[in-house]
Design a binder for this molecule. Structure first.
Ligand code: GDP
Length: 280
């Protein structure tokens, strides 16, 4: 998907409309870029409904930073959980935390005589963060909830996704942030933006600088980077590694390989969003 202002305005309107019907917004972000893959407008689109932030692909992220981000979000008043959607045993956590977030509202409903109040939620997030994976795995048999459920537009269904959890059948695709090139590089490296809109060398220069600073041993292990080479600027390192891999002077070929390696987890676990100092 490539985003243009027209697309964004349309998506915004549709998601806002659909969110009117939910009790809770499940915003999915990529745990490797939790801050960069958040949509800054979600509070407004959701008309200040409660949000459960799901840091998915936690299996690929730096666990220390994941923990720090959860604490940072907490300080900002946002409940965040780490998830690996491919690990089935972890999925019930979503419903459990959703019940905690909505405890007061659910208690009121029970007091009014509703025995098993349901939680209606919708998954939203930028492309490729795992929205469909989470939805499909929570809704295993695709059982539509029948009966009269107000507030949903035509052709949409609530699907049973747990004891009390119901999800809208299609996730909301949010647009990524574009404000600075660093965010673009981070989203490219984790696959949230399409290959057509970034330059591989920009992405890899950014990534190599980050890895040199925080994950140098992973570079040493995967590409046999020496201690002396770690001192080289990223652009220089690209030339060295291109040659080492036998790609002669085809630097783009190395850059594309590096990006694929990162996306496939071959560079080990990493998180590109550094936790702000106030939180550490
Ligand atoms: P969507 O565009 O947000 O709906 O993302 P998808 O659900 O299509 O997932 C994008 C890719 O990420 C797919 O290849 C998934 O298999 C993979 N994926 C989803 N969740 C996880 C996760 O928790 N860990 C890992 N390693 N991969 C995941």
């Amino acid at each position: 998907i490539q985003w243009y202002p027209g697309h964004m305005a349309k998506a915004q309107k549709q998601i806002k409309e659909r969110l009117k019907a939910v009790d809770l917004i499940l915003e999915i972000v990529d745990a490797r870029v939790p801050e960069s893959s958040i949509n800054p407008m979600i509070q407004e689109l959701g008309q200040n409904k409660p949000i459960l932030l799901i840091m998915n692909k936690a299996d690929m992220a730096d666990p220390r930073r994941t923990q720090q981000w959860i604490e940072t979000f907490k300080k900002r008043g946002i409940t965040a959980i780490a998830l690996d959607a491919q690990h089935k045993a972890k999925l019930p956590m979503i419903e459990k935390v959703a019940q905690e977030i909505l405890a007061e509202k659910l208690a009121k409903k029970r007091a009014k005589g509703i025995r098993n109040p349901v939680i209606r939620a919708m998954c939203v997030g930028v492309p490729n963060v795992g929205k469909s994976t989470i939805l499909n795995r929570l809704v295993q048999k695709n059982i539509a909830v029948t009966g009269n459920r107000p507030g949903v537009t035509k052709n949409q269904q609530w699907l049973k996704a747990g004891q009390t959890l119901e999800l809208l059948d299609t996730p909301g695709v949010l647009w990524p942030k574009f404000e600075d090139p660093t965010i673009g590089s981070k989203l490219a490296l984790t696959g949230a933006i399409s290959d057509a809109i970034y330059h591989p060398d920009d992405v890899v220069i950014f990534a190599l600088e980050h890895f040199k600073e925080y994950y140098s041993s992973q570079l040493q292990k995967v590409y046999k980077v020496t201690d002396a080479e770690l001192e080289e600027p990223a652009a220089e390192l690209i030339m060295i590694l291109t040659k080492r891999l036998g790609f002669k002077e085809d630097y783009d070929r190395f850059c594309v390989k590096f990006i694929n390696d990162a996306r496939q987890g071959k560079l080990g676990r990493f998180t590109l969003d550094v936790v702000p100092v106030e939180a550490s």
